[in-house]
Design a protein around this ligand. Structure first.
Ligand code: SF4
Length: 206
């Protein structure tokens, strides 16, 4: 099974397939393949397995960043994300978390942004998805009732903790991109519109 894979100059880590949302645009709904790698996991890799695969991936050369991504939500495995981030920080290697921003609902009672910052996380790319909770809930179908509010709060906390933070949306007609850009701007986050990946549109992107 593929735990570490390369694309766009980065090394990506695939550590879970679990997620508390069921987004209508999720590529996991139609493919297991990303950057030519099959990301189907028979089981979740242990921390030792993740670090061994990471070391192997670096044998092929340096990377701009190591990115927690895959076809699930990395903060479902927060302890492993923190341990790998610490491992990277010790080696002065850049790290980024691609997340749905629900880490504090997934891990109640923990200050996820503070723990990530303490581990040395350099960047967080947080999926804002929509300009309001109604559209968010319609597109993401999260198991939590206050998910959208949690995303905004998490983004604010990441910024407070000094983590380079961007909010992203997928280019969908239901989404008011300019309103989302404004939300990101008010929070002090960067903003990016990601293309919609469909079965017909070719290579999935981060
Ligand atoms: S949050 Fe990400 S992994 Fe989870 S369903 Fe949505 S797109 Fe897929």
């Amino acid at each position: 099974m593929t735990i570490a894979y390369r694309g766009r100059g980065n090394i990506y880590l695939n550590i879970t397939s679990r997620c508390p949302s069921d987004c209508s645009f999720c590529i996991a709904g139609f493919t297991d393949m990303v950057f030519g790698a099959d990301l189907r996991l028979e089981r979740e890799p242990s921390l030792d397995e993740i670090l061994a695969e990471l070391e192997n991936a670096f044998l092929d050369g340096p990377a701009d960043q190591v990115v927690f991504a895959g076809l699930g939500e990395p903060t479902m495995r927060l302890d492993e994300v923190l341990a790998v981030t610490e491992w990277l920080t010790l080696r002065r290697l850049a790290s980024r978390l691609n997340t749905n921003g629900l880490g504090e609902l997934i891990n109640p009672g923990r200050d996820v942004a503070a723990e990530l910052a303490a581990a040395g996380l350099g960047a967080a790319s947080i999926s804002l998805v929509a300009h309001n909770s109604e559209v968010y809930n319609q597109l993401c179908r999260p198991i939590y009732s206050k998910a959208y509010r949690a995303v905004l709060k998490f983004a604010g906390r990441c910024i407070e903790e000094g983590i380079g933070t961007e909010l992203t949306v997928v280019d969908l007609p239901e989404v008011d991109k300019e309103a989302c850009r404004s939300i990101a701007g008010k929070l002090g986050a960067a903003f990016r519109v990601r293309p919609l990946v469909t079965p017909a549109s070719g290579e999935p992107v981060e």
